[in-house]
Write a protein that binds this ligand. Structure first.
Ligand SMILES: [Zn+2]
Length: 177
């Protein structure tokens, strides 16, 4: 059985990061996400909305880069700035995972997201050998996604956006007849 980092439900993996960037704006939603994804203790970390928004913007810069050569310096800068070191940690459900634990004076929610995000994206990129991610191209949608390597390069965050755009294009075609 093959397992990829992005598709498994390993707590605090890339799915966690994607969900945090797309959906978390408040302390309540951060706590909820940490609890759902298997580490309630991280949800207790200090949450500053401004710092968290900056952290999301920083990671979005990586998702916006289609070339690994341009994304790598941003990832590396973040890894260095947060002195991300890995630790083998046993999770609440008993599984073991290699986890980036943010060190240094800043260990709040924003720093945690940057550490998990830069580490997760670095591991995913080295695994895939390309910048296997993106930002949804559907009008009005800015959700980030991890490209899990289907035949065509992924352009949408999910089937809802893909269908919406396809239906709109189809309607335009019919109207122009
Ligand atoms: Zn979308």
């Amino acid at each position: 059985m093959t397992q990829s980092y992005a598709t498994d439900d390993r707590p605090l993996g890339l799915r966690f990061v994607v969900e945090a960037i797309n959906d978390v704006e408040t302390e309540t939603s951060w706590r909820g996400l940490c609890e759902r994804r298997g580490d309630a203790a991280l949800g207790e970390r200090a949450f500053d909305e401004g710092r968290f928004a900056e952290a999301k913007a920083m990671l979005r810069r990586v998702f916006a880069e289609p070339e690994l050569a341009s994304a790598a310096p941003i990832i590396n800068e973040t890894l260095t700035a947060h002195q991300v070191t890995q630790q083998l940690t046993q999770l609440a459900d008993g599984r073991w995972a290699l986890r980036p634990i943010p060190q240094g004076p800043h260990d709040d929610a924003a720093a945690t997201l940057l550490a998990l995000g830069s580490f997760g994206l670095a591991r995913w990129a080295s695994d895939q050998g390309r910048a296997a991610w993106g930002i949804c191209v559907a009008p009005g949608c800015e959700r980030v996604f991890v490209d899990e390597g289907r035949k065509e390069p992924q352009r949408f965050c999910g089937t809802t956006c893909a269908t919406r755009v396809r239906v709109a294009a189809h309607r335009r075609k019919q109207q122009s007849r």
